[in-house]
Design a binder for this molecule. Structure first.
Ligand code: ADP
Ligand code: MG
Length: 251
């Protein structure tokens, strides 16, 4: 865990993560799994010209970010104009996968610090990125602003599909801010680690605010089991820390 000067905490980004991005060297079975998932997702866009899918999971480290990015890469491979938005304002990491700077991002746009979201090209044709931006003290509040829906409406004019990476729904409520402005949620389940009850609660949290689940992705990070709770508690603590920190500030 790295504790930064501003009090935020982030996971260690492993350089080998880049190798897990879909590409020419990706094993056939993994490419096929993403193709299959892409085909399924296409049917759940509720007929929207530009469907917006929000990725979340019960806990940190389940593979939300990697799954968001790989799904986006697989749509871009079909020549779809694709945008990935990093809305994990607590622990931004999408920009790291694309080796881009985390500047002029979503948080700054929502806060009114910049007039236009700083969307950047990636090395993949047709795939663009809106980084998270500076870590704000009030992520839930920012994501609750009408500016978010207005921005997505405008972006829908330019793209064929939008994917949004968010923090774990089991730990903080940021992901539910998208209910009214997305086509559906994708829940990432970490094989052997996410408990059934956690998945059930995640689905209930989404449905309780009128959202719908478009898909569930089973991600097998490393064959961990939930008996290895040490690593998991560490990740949980990471998010709890941010959360508590935020609560303390708002008092
Ligand atoms: N299926 C997988 N196989 C191997 N490593 C994975 C897999 N999915 C995710 N990872 C790795 O696990 C770590 C956490 O994944 P990440 O997508 O950042 O999780 P989250 O966004 O849910 O916190 C990253 O280093 C990522 O590269
Ligand atoms: Mg993530």
């Amino acid at each position: 865990m790295i504790r930064k000067k501003n009090g935020s905490v982030s996971t260690m980004f492993r350089e080998d993560s880049l190798k897990r991005m879909l590409g020419e060297d990706t094993p056939f079975v993994i490419r096929e799994a993403y193709n299959y998932f892409r085909a399924k997702l296409m049917f759940t866009g509720k007929g929207a010209k530009c469907p917006v899918f929000v990725f979340t999971s019960a806990n940190a480290g389940d593979g939300k970010t990697l799954t968001t990015i790989n799904t986006a890469l697989s749509f871009a491979a079909l020549k779809k104009r694709t945008l990935v938005i990093d809305a994990d304002l607590r622990n931004p990491s999408v920009h790291r996968y694309f080796q881009k700077q985390n500047v002029h991002g979503l948080s700054e746009y929502l806060a009114g610090i910049i007039d236009a979201p700083g969307i950047v090209d990636t090395d993949t044709e047709g795939l663009q990125l809106l980084p998270a931006g500076m870590i704000p003290p009030n992520p839930t509040e920012l994501l609750g602003l009408p500016r978010l829906g207005e921005m997505l409406q405008q972006l829908a004019e330019t793209y064929d599909v939008i994917f949004i990476d968010t923090p774990p729904i089991g730990l903080v409520s940021d992901a539910v801010s998208f209910t009214a402005v997305c086509s559906g949620y994708v829940l990432v389940v970490q094989s052997g680690v996410t408990r059934k009850q956690e998945l059930r609660e995640a689905i209930e949290n989404i449905r309780a605010v009128g959202g719908s689940v478009s898909g569930i992705v089973m991600n097998d990070v490393s064959g961990k089991t939930h008996h290895e709770t040490g690593a998991k508690e560490y990740r949980r603590n990471m998010y709890y820390y941010r959360y508590e920190n935020e609560e303390a500030k708002s008092e």
